[in-house]
Design a binder for this molecule. Structure first.
Ligand code: XMP
Length: 514
């Protein structure tokens, strides 16, 4: 394992991903973790991330210099580089001369471990105020910039390396190569970690955890729960039951995909609960977005618990485990932590006995999203499930502005299917983050179709590009693709006579309309 020590910026996760792209397993630890505890994890190498602080700031995170004496290869980046320089006896000047963004790096030693085979001049991404003006004793200086005399240093004997910039970001043109040089040449690691190993490891771990008891898993139709379920199914077979609540707010073919394709690919026990009537009844007469969300959430839990209860009452071993598709970023963001948490279902609405306690099975808790997709692919899940774009839990219920009715859902499903079909046909699925299709059910406009006047509803297309859904920009889709979608929707979908494009970024608009 390579430990990535997080000094409190957003870079640690990116670094951990880049290390894994180099096929070396990595984990993030907080910089507050005592060095002895880090070393107890027996790391093959340690990477110090960048951070927002200056080493001169009061209260800036520090690092016990014992880390550099342990014989473990270390690579410092940005703030981590300056910490290294400072604690090993180099000079870091509080220059106040800031260097932000794309910078030209001059590589000064071609025999360098880090820069071998990379050009003498390369673009790198900088963000720092302080600058290292003298490397610690025993280090060679292998790169500089116009502003920073020491932008990279190396000590092959001690296996200590550092760069002032951020090799993990795309703008550093040879960053991945430099990182790999550290891992393979500096630390002597071999690229052997694959998602295939994850499957083997997790299958064994799940078997050990679950034993001969039973587990249940809620399927949402999304990637994470599907992959988690498939992995657990591979491990314990018929001891797993998956529950899928069909609330009638899914898009065209999605329920069938779960019912047929997922089961065909995994052989899982699937309990589909048809709750369409129930959701429609509960949503009747409601147009307020928050109220809709609350109703959908509430009904969902009730139906799910009812299904759990039915499974609990079936003959067989104890149902002691609940499978969840928790990912690594969720765990890092909620403060790390290892081991398995216990959750107690104390909600009585669905009639679950008070004393039921499930232990969680979270087989994806080491993985990033793209790795989850790779695992899904290796497990033989269909492309449509594995490459699925994000879709909100409340489904089409929050894409009908106005009251949700069966007729409106059918109409929106048709329009959405056309948009998806054309975006896929144009090869745009990987370019856009997602494309909500929204029905403005309370709006009508005048149109003309054939020889007659129409008075129909508009459909909104909301294609966005995003990295993480926190911010987004509207996607500049080719006009001919938009034209095709518009023509088909107005021709093929009854009661729709207008298609409009949402050209709002987030913020100020959210991705969904409700
Ligand atoms: P907004 O509309 O807040 O959406 O910009 C951000 C991302 O979250 C998705 N989304 C949801 N996902 N349950 C979910 O699982 C929800 O209630 C929900 N609401 C929004 C949305 O599709 C987008 O990807």
């Amino acid at each position: 394992t390579v430990l990535v020590v997080d000094f409190g910026a957003q870079y640690a996760q990116l670094i951990a991903r880049r290390v894994r792209e180099a096929r070396v397993y990595s984990e993030i630890v907080p910089s507050t973790m005592p060095v002895a505890e880090m070393l107890a994890k027996n790391p093959a190498a340690i990477i110090l991330s960048g951070g927002p602080s200056s080493v001169y700031e009061e209260g800036a995170p520090s690092l016990d210099a014992a880390l550099f004496e342990a014989g473990v290869p270390v690579f410092g980046m940005c703030y981590g580089f300056q910490l290294m320089a400072q604690s090993l006896g180099g000079t870091v000047d509080n220059t106040g001369a800031r260097e932000y963004g794309r910078t030209d790096l001059h590589v000064s030693r071609s025999s360098s471990t880090l820069f071998e085979g990379t050009p003498d001049e390369q673009h790198v991404w900088m963000s720092h105020g302080d600058a290292c003006s003298a490397a610690p004793e025993g280090f060679i200086v292998s790169a500089s910039t116009d502003v920073v005399p020491v932008a990279a240093f190396e000590n092959d004997d001690k296996k200590l390396y550092g760069v002032q910039y951020h090799p993990e970001v795309m703008h550093s043109t040879h960053g991945q190569q430099v990182l790999e040089h550290f891992l393979y040449r500096g630390a002597g690691l071999t690229p052997s970690w694959t998602t295939g190993n994850v499957i083997e490891e997790q299958v064994a771990a799940i078997r050990a955890q679950v034993g001969d008891k039973r587990a249940i898993c809620g399927l949402s139709g999304g990637v994470d729960s599907a992959v988690a379920a498939a992995l657990v199914q591979k491990a314990i077979g018929s001891q797993l039951t998956c529950v899928y609540v069909d609330h009638g707010l899914m898009r065209k073919n999605e329920t069938e995909q779960v019912e047929k394709d997922f089961v065909a690919a995994t052989g899982a026990n699937l309990k589909v609960v048809d709750a369409q009537e129930r959701f429609l009844d509960a949503l009747a007469g409601v147009s307020d977005p928050e109220t809709k969300r609350k109703i959908i959430g509430r009904e969902f839990i009730r139906v799910f618990e009812q299904a759990q209860l039915e499974i609990l009452q079936e003959d067989g071993p104890e149902v002691a485990f609940l499978v969840q598709g928790t990912l690594y970023p969720d765990i890092v963001e909620s403060g790390g932590g290892t081991g398995t948490a216990n959750i107690k279902s104390h909600h009585n609405v669905g009639g679950l006995p008070d004393d039921i306690e499930f232990e969680l099975v979270e087989p994806l808790r080491q993985l990033f999203k793209d790795e989850v997709r790779m695992v899904g692919q290796e497990l033989g899940l269909p492309e449509e499930i594995v490459q699925r774009q994000p879709f909100p839990g409340p489904g089409l219920g929050i894409r009908i502005v106005g009251e949700v009715t069966r007729e409106r859902l059918d109409l929106l499903r048709e329009a959405d299917a056309i948009a998806r079909e054309e975006l896929t046909a144009a090869g745009l699925d990987r370019d856009i983050w997602q494309c909500p299709v929204v029905l403005l059910a309370d709006v009508r406009s005048v149109g003309v179709q054939g020889d007659g006047r129409t008075y129909g509803h508009p459909i909104v297309l909301r294609p966005v590009s995003s990295e993480d859904a926190m911010t987004a920009d509207w996607s500049r889709l080719p006009y001919d693709v938009l034209a095709k979608i518009s023509t088909r929707i107005t021709n093929e979908v009854r009661d729709v006579n207008r298609v409009v494009l949402d050209v709002t970024s987030k913020p100020p608009g959210t991705i969904e309309w409700e």
